[in-house]
Design a protein around this ligand. Structure first.
Ligand code: TMP
Ligand code: ZN
Length: 402
């Protein structure tokens, strides 16, 4: 249970949104696990009254979530392309020849592996998921299987030297002790190096009703202000703030040693003035839920079969929040081998490979991984049925436009 704010230490946290008691979003079940009780825990969002940081009330122990991890970066060519361009740009700017690039939360190593040899930097991945670090090492990316802590940062610095560049994409929101994390970054980062991080942006989450990105792994829902407060407490300065479309809206911060943030931080948003409309958000979530259930019921009434495309964590949240069982959605397909043969947490749809669609010819495909809509619709070129998005399914998706 969180008693104080992770960014500013403030003790007053107000409850703003309750998603109910939910299974773990990446806890894909084996058929044998179906008979056993499934772990569940509450998903309640709190907002810090002092700094506006949004965080989960209940903190699930990290080992329960990350010792084995289902999501594989390499499964999305678009994501690999995105991380590659982030790395190449940052290496060009901050990493002299032969110097060290560290990725925290390096997953299967796909991003580090994408750096061309002619860049001549040393690479090191850090990730706690043994199933993924093994894949990374097999693909030639030196990788440590561990959680990133201040202690680990010291060990890495002793063995490999300090890093000219540290990147951390979609991982900082997973970390409970951000003070220890920041001390680790400070310890490992060279005096003239840069730390580049990406996290989903909470204000875009609200604006786009992306409630399905709220799950146990995401302990924090960041905006620029609270992050700037956090880094300032650790002698780190935010040099640049950018926004991009990744995961439905993400912030990229470039952080260096020093004090006094750049003008980007104050220009970004007068975050102290933001009053978030959580009631409006909750009403929109309920409306989306009702629309999706009606659409699925109509498809079934027409005698159709609907298959979900993509089994990301956000599919688990949406299916469970909306109460969509196997009666409404027959099964889900996903290209990640480790998810195939398993079942969706809570709602128990079986997960098959995408070729299942060609074989079984369902009447409708419902894109659950809405942030990969374009890539998925592109892959459905040969499929003759209807394609819809889990967000506003009635709108449909036109394959020819893609
Ligand atoms: P993400 O939203 O966390 O990136 O997860 C996307 C999920 O969707 C992941 O399990 C892989 C799956 N996926 C496919 O099955 N086919 C695809 O073409 C893409 C882009 C993703
Ligand atoms: Zn705070």
């Amino acid at each position: 249970m969180r008693k104080s704010c992770r960014c500013c230490g403030g003790g007053e946290l107000a409850e703003v949104f309750d998603l109910g008691v939910q299974p773990f979003a990446n806890g894909f079940l084996t058929p044998e696990q179906l008979d056993k009780p499934e772990p569940r825990s509450p998903l309640v969002l709190m907002e810090c009254v002092a700094c506006g940081m949004v965080q989960l009330r209940h903190v699930t122990p990290a080992v329960d979530l990350f010792a084995e991890y289902a999501f594989q970066t390499g499964s999305s060519t678009r994501m690999v392309r995105h991380f590659r361009s982030l790395l190449l740009e940052s290496i060009g700017r901050y990493v002299p020849r032969g110097k060290l690039v560290v990725e925290i939360g390096s997953n299967d190593g796909a991003a580090l592996a994408s750096i061309p040899d002619d860049r001549r930097c040393r690479r090191l991945g850090i990730d706690p998921a043994a199933n993924l670090t093994e894949i990374a090492r097999r693909s030639g990316v030196p990788t440590v299987t561990a959680f990133f802590t201040e202690e680990l940062a010291g060990q890495v610095a002793t063995i490999h030297g300090e890093a000219s560049l540290i990147v951390a994409c979609n991982v900082v929101a997973h970390i409970d002790d951000l003070d220890d994390f920041c001390r680790g970054v400070r310890r490992l980062l060279k005096h003239d190096g840069a730390f580049v991080m990406e996290v989903p942006d909470v204000d875009t989450l609200l604006a786009r009703t992306a409630f399905d990105t709220i799950y146990h792994e995401h302990l924090s829902y960041f905006s620029v202000g609270p992050l700037a407060t956090l880094f300032a407490r650790h002698g780190l300065r935010v040099e640049a703030v950018e926004w991009n479309e990744v995961h439905g809206g993400s912030l990229r911060l470039t952080v260096r040693h020093g004090t006094g943030h750049s003008g980007d931080v104050s220009r970004w948003r007068d975050w102290r003035g933001i009053v978030r409309d959580w009631n409006g958000f909750a009403a929109r979530c309920e409306r989306e839920r009702d629309e999706l259930c009606e659409w699925l019921d109509d498809a079934r009434a027409d005698g159709g079969t609907v298959v979900g495309y993509g089994a990301p964590a956000k599919a688990t949240v949406r299916l469970n929040y909306c109460g969509i069982g196997t009666d409404r959605l027959a099964c889900v397909v996903d290209s990640t081998p480790s998810k195939q043969g398993r079942l969706m947490p809570g709602t128990h749809q079986p997960i098959y490979g995408p070729e299942w669609i060609d074989r079984s010819k369902p009447s409708d495909v419902l894109v659950l991984a809405w942030n990969h809509e374009r890539e998925i619709v592109g892959k459905l070129a040969g499929y003759g049925g209807r394609v819809a998005s889990v967000v506003r399914p009635r709108r449909g998706l036109r394959k020819l436009d893609m």
